[in-house]
Design a protein around this ligand. Sequence first.
Ligand SMILES: *Cc1c(COP(=O)(O)O)cnc(C)c1O
Length: 367
Amino acid sequence: MIPFLDLKSINAQYRDELIAATTRVIDSGWYIQGQEVSNFEQEFADYCGAKHCIGVANGLDALTLTLRAWKELGKLKDGDEVIVPANTYIASILAITENRLKPVLVEPDERTFNLCPNIAAKAITPNTKAILAIHLYGQMAPMPEIMALAEEHDLLVLEDAAQAHGASINSRKSGSWGHAAGFSFYPGKNLGALGDAGAVTTNDEVLAHTIRALGNYGSHKKYENLYQGVNSRLDEIQAAMLRVKLKYLTEEIQHRRTVAKYYLKGITNPAIQLPYCTDDDYHVWHLFVVKTLHRESLQALLHESGIQTLVHYPIPPHKQQAYHYWVEQALPVTEGIHNQVLSLPIGPTIPKDDVSSIIEVCNSWTA
Ligand SMILES: *Cc1c(COP(=O)(O)O)cnc(C)c1O
């Protein structure tokens, strides 16, 4: 069986170092808001090229707390519109609605599945106050154009970088383009903890302080509460795991890029549409997503051949029960994507032979 993502083998590579880091935390007697977290925050901010990094409990909180902080700072208010591509993972949308802001779902670029600045421009109204740009599957949204559009209309830009640690455009990394960025370190992400974890990066010091306070009961100083905050902190033990894994991230991305290159060269079946990427982008291939009109048949053949595949994602947010009041909204491009995409195995440890077998099965398939 070729698993979709072999998390066990990924973490096994660093087993000794992870155990040493765990031991260090256990023996320190300090488990929340200590040296591991502050060191990781500094290291990850440096990695992204951002001034500040604030560790939080998960990626959803990173997005939710950033929008919440902008509300506390008077930059957003209830009902303000946030432009967001419709074909995202539900967390992006939840962060908006949790803050009583209004998601304005737009169709993505048909080639990259990312936010299209021209389509976004047409969705701007006097109530538009922010753009949530998602770097889907590891490829960055066109940030230079998005930032120019935002500047023109005085909009805030939040990057959802949960799938794109280390991705860049013109050597400038995700997490350093928008006014802030939310990262997830869910175990299956390109930089994964051994449990839930997340972070925000930003160059805005006031925003950084506000998010830090909001995630710590609204307190910036022990027993003094500025806001009605929540408890969303990065644990020392997860920060210690992430510090080990951050050291190998560049290497792991390199392996993903090599695998992607094999797929892009090797899969020649005309019934399978390969992912599109431009030369300016440093794509980190969180997912390798192909498109086909006959997904079930391709997935079935791969399954029979012992190859696990997944669909990211089968149901778009506007078709979810959670947002039943949007069900009338017609977003044909988004719906087409959700009906046709299939994610092939990719990861930092998948052997070349496995990739070759997957390519062979893909090329032998007739719809
Ligand atoms: C994983 C993910 C999130 C949420 O991260 P969690 O850590 O699971 O809360 C948000 N947005 C996108 C695009 C994701 O892939």
